[in-house]
Design a protein around this ligand. Sequence first.
Ligand code: ADP
Ligand code: MG
Length: 775
Amino acid sequence: MLGTVLDIDGGFKREKRHSPIPQAACNLIWELKPTQMMRRKNNNKHYFTRMSTRKKVHAFVRVRPTDDFAHEVIRYGDDNKSIDIHLKKDTRRGVVNNQQTDWSFKLDGVLHDASQDLVYETVAKDVISQALDGYNGTIMCYGQTGAGKTYTMTGATENYKHRGILPRALQQVFRMIEERPTHAITVRVSYLEIYNESLFDLLSTLPYVGPSVTPMTIVENPQGVFIKGLSVHLTSQEEDAFSLLFEGETNRIIASHTMNKNSSRSHCIFTIYVEAHSRTLSDEKYITSKINLVDLAGSERLGKSGSEGRVLKEATYINKSLSFLEQAIIALGDQKRDHIPFRQCKLTHALKDSLGGNCNMVLVTNIYGDAAQLEETLSSLRFASRMKLVTTEPAINEKYDAERMVKNLEKELVLLKQELAIHDSLANRSLVNYDPMDEIQIAEINSQVRRYLEGTLDEIDIINLRQIQEVFNQFRVVLSQQEQEVECALRRKYTLIDKNDFAAISAVQKAGLMDVDGHLVGEPDGQGFGLGVAPFSAKPGKKAKSKKTFKEQLRPSTPPSKPVAFEDFKNERGSEINRIFKENKSILNERRKRASETTQRINAIKQEIDMTKEALNFQKSLREKQGEYENQGLMIIDEEEFLLILKLKDLKKQYRTEYQDLRDLRAEIQYCQHLVDQCRHRLLTEFDIWYNESFFIPEDMQVALKPGSSIRPGMIPVSRIMSLGEDDQDKFSQLQQTMLPEGPDSISFYNAKVKTEQKHKYLKTMMGLQQTQRK
Ligand code: ADP
Ligand code: MG
C-alpha cells in the first residue's frame, strides 16, 4: 500500500458530486436557455444552473512524499477517505497528550504520492468548470510550512510537468472559453498578499499599474467584497495569464528578501474573475464568478517559546488569522449561527464572499508523512475534519447589464410606440402624442380640472393613459389647494385647537369660549369644523342661545306641511297671482256655463227643427193625397203648412246663430283654459320657490338673495326642491292633482314643465352666485 499512489478516485467519485439530479430537484430548474441546452450536449455535466443545493466543503489531505513515512503511526482507511493516527504510548512522550493515542479523521480523499495532474483532477477541475457557469469557487491550501502548500497551489514554476493548481486552472478556463463560442467571456486576475494584516498587490510592479498611493482597503457592497486599490488585469489568453502569475510569484520571492518578509508567513490569494455574456441572446442577464486560489501561511504554532520582535509579531498575526479563519468556518458550519465573524481579520474579510456561502469550496490540507511532524499533522488534520462539516449552498451569480437593459427597453419602447400609432390610425384617432407631458400641457389639464369642478366644463376628453393619470393628479392638486384655502380661511377667522390638546381645551372652556360638550361658541349645534374659538366679535357669556332664538324667529325649525304653506302663500306672496288665477278661472267657468247653456239651446232648437220638419212632411204628404192645386204654375199650400215652413226657417236661423255663439264660446274657453293653466303653473312654481326660500335656503345664500344682489328672489336650485321629504312631495303631488281639471293624466306633463323651468332657473342662480363670489 505504501509508496503507491492511492486510488483517490475510488474514494471520491466525481459522478457523485454531480450525480444525475433526482426528479424532484429537476422541478427546481428554471430558465434552461437554448444555449445552455446546447452546451449540455457538448459537455454532459452540470448545466442544471440556478439550482441551489446544499453541499459540504470538500476536504482533502495531500501528504508530502517522504522516504521516512511513519507507517506505524499514519494509516489510511480502506476507502481512502479517512486517516487514522495511532501512537505508541512512549513514542512522543510529553509532546502529545499521552491520554489519547488514537485519532480518526474523516475526509473526502487522501492524496498520497499523487501527481500534480491527479491532484488537479481531484481537487480543482470541477470547481473551475462550475465557475464558468457562474459559481464562485475557493480552493485553499492549509498546513505547516514546508508541507507542500505552494507546491500544490503554484507548483514548480520552472517545470511545466510540476505546475500546480493555479496554472492548470488558468489553462482550463481558457480551454473552456474556446469551447463556448456562444458566450463572450472575459477573464481578469489579481494577486493579493496578506502579510501581518497588511495588504500587498503582487501585481503592482507591472508598468501600467504603478505603486498605489493609498493603502488598499477591503470594501463591501451588495455585489460582494472587493479590495480597493488592488490591480485587476484583463487577460485574453493563457500566456498573458501565466505572465501575470509569474510576475506575482517573482514579487513574492523578491518581497521576502527586500522587505524582509518570510513568504511562509503570508497568505496569498490569486483570484480569477470570470464574466460571461451571451453572444446569441440580447439578454441583459450575465453571469460572473470568482475563483479564489489561496495559499495560506504556515499553520505551525509559532512563538510558543522565546520568539521576539518580528517573529513574535508574525506568529501573532498568522496564528490569529488562521484561528479567525477557523472560527469563521466553524460559524459557517453551524446553521443556527446567523453572524459569521468575517471582519476579525483581513484574510476572512477579503474572502467573505468566497468562504462557504454560495461557493464551491475545497480545502487541501498539506501534511508531512514523517513521524517527527506528527504534532502539526494532527493539528492540520483536526482543521481539515472541522472544515469538512461546513456546508455551502453554491448559487449562480447572475447580474444585469444595465446598459444592455436600457438598450433593450429603448428598443421595446420604440416598437410599442409604433404599435400604438398603428392602433390609433386603425381606430381613426388623430395622432395622439404619448410623450411625457410638459409644463404647459400639465397647466392646461389643471385648468380643465378647475373648470370641470366649477361646472363650466361638462366633461374632460380622454386622450390617453398618461393624460388620465395627469387629470387625477391635478384633481389631487386642486383638492389640496382648496383644502389649504379652507384651512387658511378658518385660521383667519378662528384659532384652531388640537382636539387632543386637553390643556388648551380646558383653558378655552375656562375662558367661557366653549361649552362643556366641546361645542363652539357661536356655532349652532356645535357642528363647526372641529374645535374652535369664536372670533372676538362673538360675545362670551350670552352665546349661542340668544342667537338660536333669533334664528328661530326667522324660520321655524320644522317647516309647515306643503298644503298648509300653500294656503299661507296664496294669502301672502302669491295673492296677486292667485287673484288673477281665480279671475281667469271664474271667467272660464262662466264661459263654460254659457257654452253648456248654448249647447242645450242648440240641442233644443235641433229637436224643434226635427219636429217641425216632420210636421211639414206630414202636411206635404196630406196635400199630395188630397190633390194639389196649381195656379198659374204656382203651388197653392194651406196656411198650416205655410206657418210650419216659416217656423222651420226661423228655427234654422236660430240654430245658426246659437251655433256661431257656441263656436265663439269654445274658442274663448280654450283661450281661458290656457290662461288658467298658465296661472296655475305660475302659482305652483312661485309657491315652490317661496316654500324653499322660506324654509330650506342656506344662510350664505340669503345674502345673495337680498335686494340689490344679482340674484332675484325665486331662483332656487332645483336640487333643493328635488330633495324635499318624501311625504311632502307626495302631498304636494296630490295637491297639484286636485287643482288640475284635466285629471291625473296631465300631472306628468305639468311636472315636466315645472322641472324644466326650475332647472333653467337653477342654472341662472348658480351663475349669479358665481358672479357674486367673484366680486
Ligand atoms: P509550503 O508552501 O507548504 O511551505 P512548499 O510547497 O514550499 O511548502 O514545499 C516545500 C518543499 O517541498 C518544496 O521544495 C517543494 O518543491 C517540496 N514539495 C512539497 N510537496 C511536494 C510534492 N508533493 N512533491 C514533490 N515535492 C514537494
Ligand atoms: Mg509556501
